[in-house]
Each structure stands twice: as structure tokens, then as C-alpha cells.
Design a protein around this ligand. Structure first.
Ligand code: LHQ
Length: 254
């Protein structure tokens, strides 16, 4: 259900239930969690790329998974939440290539990417409210931070279907590219990141997430601690040496 392919330091993950628009099942979530855990621990993986097979990126929760019964969504969300925690805590850059529709939890997955590319034909819809559900998989946390409170209110209460260009105008997507070039561009970006200072990316990601809940004084203190850590990396040493020698740096990710 999740295809894996390694290209040098990049791990490409493809959600692969194209006949169901890559809708998410419990089994898919568990597989994704395992893959993310392995990627986190593998020093050879220095960037990840997530995309979807077929015409969709991901249609969110598979609405037919639970049949006619009354499922325990609170319990089911534990399986989502550990995937979201794994994405949020991923100590490597994640490029997301949104190839088609991203709905509900599928839109949440897309938004957890650090750099988000979308095909011109991609679209985004929160979807939750349309089936009487609240936002989940981190959407209530992330969306107001990305688009501001007022826009998040509108998107979550009305659930429009945004085009890739509308999503870009709101800051949900960094770049929109023609569909036939999406993977190529996303891979080029992931490759570039895979040659970067991986540890510094991890610390930068941590700062961006953490400082939202901190006071200025606390944020400054955290910056100082993490700058201390970054300053001790081999990559910082190499960055400064390369600057002095007027050549591009060769980062090793440590
Ligand atoms: C699907 C799905 C789908 C199954 C399309 N499931 N088959 C977390 C945990 C706990 C509780 C539940 O929720 C969550 C988080 C969530 O993600 S809630 C939100 C769940 N997702 C949705 O509500 C989206 C439902 N889908 C749609 O609104 C549309 O299908 C979208 C906008 C994604 C795409 O529209 P179209 O491009 O017009 O495609 P389509 O509607 O014709 O769908 C194609 C096929 O895919 C169709 O099957 P069929 O056998 O008729 O060809 C759909 O039934 C199936 N499909 N989404 N989520």
C-alpha cells in the first residue's frame, strides 16, 4: 500500500491504492508509521518524498473501511496520531508532491510536508465537515498556523475544493507545476535537500514547531540551545570552511 524507492539519499514513498483514490485504512496507517520510523533511524535517508499513485494524492479516511457499523473513531485516531507525530517529528526534510485531489486526512498528510509541490490539476478540500466530522490528523493545529485563523475558520466550516493555484495563494502549497513535471521537480528538490545539513534541517523544523507555543524569551532561549547544537555539527564546520575557501560546501548530514 506504500511503495518505497530509494534514489541516493532520497526515500520516495507512494501511497498506492489508486482505485480508491489512495484512501487511508488502518493497515495503510500502520505501514506508513513503520516506514517513517525506519526512515527516521536510517542515516542513509536524508530526505523523503511523499506522493500518490494514479489520479489522486489521497482521499482521506477510507469511508467504507468500517462497513455499516458504528466504529470507535477515538480509538482509530490513535493510529492516525502516531503517524502525524512521526511526520511532525521527522528529523529529515519531507517534500510532498500533491499529484491530484487531497481530501480530509489526505489534505492533512499533504500539509505535513516541509515543502509542498502541487500539480496544476491537484485540489485540496478539508472534507471533514461535509460528512459531519471535526478536523483531525493535525489539521486543526496546522491549518490556522499556515493560513491564519480567519481563513482556517472559512476552510474548515465551508470545506471548499481549492485548486492548486488557490492553495498556493493561501500558502498551503509552495510551488505549482504542470502535472507531467511534478515528480521530476519534487525529486530535484528532495535531492538538493538530501545533500544539505540534515541535522540543521531537523533543528530548524523543531524550532518552527516549538516556538508557536513559547514566549519570546523562551523562543530565544531555545534558539540559543539549538544553535549551540548546530554549531557543534561537522556540517557547520564544513560550511564555514567552504565559505573561507570560496567553494560549495560538501555536507554529510551530521
Ligand atoms: C472513496 C473515498 C474515500 C472510500 C473517494 N473512501 N472511497 C479519520 C478517522 C476517523 C474517522 C473518519 O475520518 C477521518 C479523517 C478523514 O479523512 S474524514 C474525510 C474522509 N474523506 C472524504 O470525506 C472525501 C470523500 N471523497 C470525496 O469527497 C471525493 O471522492 C473526492 C473530492 C476526494 C474526489 O472526487 P472525484 O474526483 O469526483 O472522485 P469520486 O468521488 O468519483 O471518487 C472516485 C472513487 O473513489 C469512487 O468510487 P467508485 O467505486 O464510485 O468509483 C469513490 O467512492 C471512491 N472514494 N473517496 N474517502
Amino acid at each position: 500500500m506504500v511503495l518505497k524507492e530509494r534514489q541516493e539519499g532520497v526515500l520516495i514513498l507512494t501511497l498506492n491504492r489508486p482505485e480508491k483514490l489512495n484512501a487511508i485504512t488502518g493497515a495503510l496507517l500502520d505501514e506508513l508509521y513503520q516506514v517513517l520510523k525506519e526512515a527516521q533511524e536510517d542515516p542513509g535517508v536524508r530526505a523523503l518524498l511523499l506522493t500518490g499513485a494514479g489520479r489522486a494524492f489521497c482521499a482521506g479516511q477510507d469511508l467504507l473501511e468500517f462497513g455499516e457499523g458504528k466504529p470507535d473513531y477515538e480509538a482509530h485516531l490513535r493510529r492516525y496520531n502516531r503517524v502525524v507525530e512521526a511526520l511532525a517529528g521527522l528529523e529529515k526534510p519531507l517534500v510532498v508532491a500533491v499529484n491530484g485531489v487531497a481530501a480530509g486526512a489526505g489534505m492533512s498528510l499533504a500539509l505535513w510536508g516541509d515543502l509542498r509541490l502541487a500539480a496544476l490539476e491537484a485540489s485540496f478540500t478539508p472534507a471533514f465537515v461535509r460528512i459531519g466530522l471535526v478536523p483531525d490528523s493535525g489539521m486543526s493545529f496546522l491549518l490556522p498556523r499556515l493560513v491564519g485563523f480567519a481563513k482556517a475558520q472559512e476552510l474548515l466550516l465551508l470545506s471548499p475544493r481549492l485548486s492548486a493555484e488557490e492553495a498556493q495563494a493561501l500558502g498551503l502549497v509552495h510551488r505549482v507545476v504542470p502535472g507531467e513535471r511534478l515528480l521530476e521537480e519534487a525529486l530535484a528538490l528532495a535531492r538538493e535537500l538530501a545533500q544539505g545539513p540534515t541535522r540543521t534541517y531537523a533543528l530548524t523544523k523543531k524550532l518552527l514547531l516549538e516556538t508557536y507555543r513559547l514566549s519570546l524569551t523562551e523562543a530565544l532561549a531555545l534558539e540559543a540551545i539549538l544553535q549551540g547544537e548546530a554549531g557543534r555539527t561537522q556540517d557547520h564546520e564544513e560550511g564555514v570552511r567552504a565559505f573561507r575557501e570560496k567553494r560549495p560546501p560538501r555536507f554529510v548530514g551530521r
